[in-house]
Design a protein around this ligand. Structure first.
Ligand SMILES: C[S@@+](CC[C@H](N)C(=O)[O-])C[C@H]1O[C@@H](n2cnc3c(N)ncnc32)[C@H](O)[C@@H]1O
Length: 293
């Protein structure tokens, strides 16, 4: 055990950008490297949040469900034994054999329609009671959660539920160290946490039942608690899976992330400043802009 801790300490700096590499959704290879699936599957906090949401609705017993981006079935396996019918969508072809085998092994294949394709384009043949998806990334900047639910919600019954249904994006003014040309990094170890100079303020709230906007351009006022130089924002996304069941970020999903400002600025404790945040869902934080105006 002591050796393991030594190894971690020796590699703190090497690992600073490793989560970023693992979690960046890459169109070219239809998704993520295998290590990211392992990070997600082993994250009990993330999986339990979805399990609690399923449990709140009787594990979706006898319901018709559509899940987009099923990955390695880490969430799916917790409702599939109980549902009447499931439409499971995944566009990473490298996972198809694994998913088909799992469905056969567990005797679920008969009630599942497995669709290999882009969830933003799929047409469902009937209305569904539940729409499930975990295609989230911090601020929804990298993945297509917003676009996918915007498309699939047309197939949700009027009293149907979607998991998640709300995402709140927050930011703090901060100072951080960035190496090489990096513009942002998700936090794996608290020692990479930036110096925080303000409280969290809300940048925007995404109501997935009715969100239409895909590019966000907001100005938000911050009153610094401390004087000093800011060169970054420390961002978080709070997720409401369903009312009363929340997920506020771990290293596997929506990790608190540090993003460079367009230019550093001096702030004074108690003197308000305005931050302009511009970003588009399903692109990259590399293209986002945060600046003091
Ligand atoms: C963040 S992973 C989550 C996987 C799984 N739901 C879980 O919670 O462990 C998102 C998954 O959605 C898939 N995906 C991303 N965009 C998609 C799209 N447009 N259509 C279908 N699947 C997509 C990715 O390949 C990936 O497997």
């Amino acid at each position: 055990m002591e050796k393991l801790i030594h190894d971690i300490i020796d590699n703190y700096q090497n690992l600073k950008y490793s989560l970023l590499k693992a979690q960046t959704f890459n169109q070219d290879h239809f998704g993520f490297p295998p290590v990211y699936y392992k990070i997600m599957e082993t994250d009990q906090v993330r999986v339990d949040a979805y399990k609690s949401a399923f449990l709140k609705y009787d594990n979706l017993k006898d319901k018709i469900v559509c899940e987009a981006g099923v990955g390695t079935l880490a969430l799916t396996q917790h409702f599939l034994p109980y549902v009447k019918k499931a439409y499971l969508i995944e566009n990473n072809p490298n996972l198809s054999d694994f998913i088909r085998e799992k469905l056969d092994e567990n005797g679920w294949a008969d009630k599942v329609e497995f669709i290999v394709g882009d969830a933003m384009k799929i047409e469902l043949p009937e209305p569904v009671d539940f729409l499930v998806g975990e295609l989230m990334s911090i601020f929804c900047a990298n993945e297509y959660q917003v676009q996918i639910f915007k498309h699939l919600r047309q197939f949700l019954k009027p009293d149907g539920k979607m998991f998640p249904d709300k995402i709140i994006n927050l930011a703090q003014l901060c100072y951080a160290h960035f190496e090489d040309n990096h513009k942002h990094y998700p936090l794996m170890f608290t020692r990479h946490q930036p110096e925080e100079l303000s409280q969290n303020e809300i940048i925007n709230i995404i109501d997935l039942r009715q969100e239409e906007e895909l590019t966000i351009d907001r100005e938000v006022e911050f009153t610094p608690l401390l004087s000093g130089t800011i060169n970054a924002v420390y961002i978080r996304s709070y997720v409401q899976i369903t009312e009363g069941i929340n997920f506020t970020g771990t290293d596997s999903l929506m990790p608190p992330t540090v993003v460079k400002l367009d230019a550093p600025a001096e702030v004074k404790a108690g003197s308000p400043v305005r931050l302009r945040a511009v970003f588009s869902y399903g692109t990259s934080l590399d293209q986002a802009s945060f600046q003091v105006v």
